[in-house]
Design a protein around this ligand. Sequence first.
Ligand code: NAP
Length: 252
Amino acid sequence: MDRTEKAVVLITGASRGIGAATAQLAASRGYAVCINFRNSRTAADALVDSIVAAGGEAIAIQADVAIEDDVVRLFEQCTALLGPVHALVNNAGVLEVQSPLATMDAARLQRVFATNVFGTMLCAREAVRRMSTSSGGNGGVIVNVSSAASRIGSPGEYVDYAASKGAIDSFTLGLSKEVGSQGIRVNAVRPGFILTDIHASGGEPGRVDRIKGSIPLQRGGDPQEVAKAILWLLSPESSYTTGALLDVSGGR
Ligand code: NAP
């Protein structure tokens, strides 16, 4: 494939859910999209096909964001195939079966933090190295996908996941100040209860339905509603916004 003239956005964990919705919306708005996935090649390829069929531009690259070598290769391949990365959406995230802290072992904590925190930081590092005007880049924008869990805490379900998202909030604030003068904006969205498969990973596919009565807007969110907020933060429409934590949580 020839390198594209379009702005390139790399979206981690984009084979389904919020990442896939963001990929589709970004392609429809003229971005060339790099869809990262870890295991779900069939879903990622199907998403590429649907974007291309609609006249957009997309590629899929396998990489586990928790593995440093994978992250470096992901950025190298994306740059080689599409051109310099202008925008990064750090969306890949995991949670594990609902349980209290008392029954969590260290291996679980390491898995959750490896993807959610270290993966986000490694991807941001690769993006900054390439985007920074101090090292010859053209600037860029990073959107981290945090969670309303960072301020709610998810007691009895997954305090480990919530704490990992708290780290994303701190990281977003710090990095935005570190690289603002290098032409890079860094923001986060904090989705609330969004209708995706992630709740099945926690052992309760119907979790959003159970909780929706406590959400001021009285419903779960669609992945597309989060994607719209992410696309706004990626766009020049948010040119003076950096270090923001944007709740997309129906008021909860
Ligand atoms: P999802 O449907 O479970 O999708 C997760 C995606 O992340 C999949 O594409 C998965 O790819 C990928 N992934 C997981 N670990 C990865 C790794 N180590 N490296 C690369 N890709 C990896 O989740 P979602 O609900 O769309 O969530 C997306 C983000 O939003 C996450 O950060 C999540 O914490 C956050 N969020 C979600 C909600 C919600 O209610 N849904 C609320 C707040 C925040 P494979 O299938 O290939 O493994």
